[in-house]
Design a protein around this ligand. Structure first.
Ligand code: ADP
Length: 165
């Protein structure tokens, strides 16, 4: 069975993330979406909330049962050992993403020679999109309907509005 881990902050999930989950899940028998609990960032959604938003967004996919969503803390290679997985999946938007992602790929390989990182280029429609853009546009009352999965649009809007007050 082939398994890959797709790690990220997903604070919150965007259509760019959703597209990578959907395409990635067609390449592997099992895809684990690993939501990073990064203590140095102050997220808008808790790890548990981010996990629930992703689960809600993918529930309708025909292969949803092959996609696992969970939170994690610590080193990604340790998480991968626990899940007996050797492949990291990442989405790439611009050259600017590449520099950091390449550094992380080399670091993870340095920590564990068996770990490989695979990159999927973003769909051009989502190349501008990030969680920060969603939060910024939403907090300025802009329309985020074409930026996040429809299933979680209201949840995300409500939280953005609540944090404005
Ligand atoms: P961000 O906060 O910038 O959205 P994340 O840490 O949540 O980033 O991203 C997790 C992974 O998803 C990374 O591999 C990132 O490159 C990828 N990703 C983020 N946004 C997109 C997008 N619009 N298209 C494709 N991949 C993306």
């Amino acid at each position: 069975m082939t398994t890959a881990v797709y790690p990220g902050s997903f604070d919150p999930i965007t259509l760019g993330h959703y597209d990578i989950i959907k395409r990635g899940s067609q390449l592997f028998d099992h895809l684990i979406v690993a939501v990073v609990a990064n203590p140095s960032k102050s997220p808008m959604f808790t790890v548990e909330e981010r996990v629930e938003l992703i689960k809600k967004s993918i529930a309708h996919l025909s292969n949803a049962r092959e996609i696992e969503v969970c939170g994690f803390e610590g080193l990604l290679v340790d998480f991968m050992h626990e899940h007996k997985c050797k492949t990291i999946l990442k989405g790439l938007r611009f050259v600017s993403d590449f520099e950091y992602e390449f550094q992380m790929a080399l670091t993870n390989r340095r920590l564990d020679r068996k770990v490989e990182t695979l990159f999927i280029p973003t769909d051009y429609k989502y190349s501008y999109l990030s969680s920060s853009i969603v939060k910024e546009v939403g907090s300025l009352n802009g329309d985020i309907a074409e930026m996040v999965p429809l299933e979680v649009l209201n949840d995300i809007k409500e939280r953005i509005n609540a944090t404005k007050k």
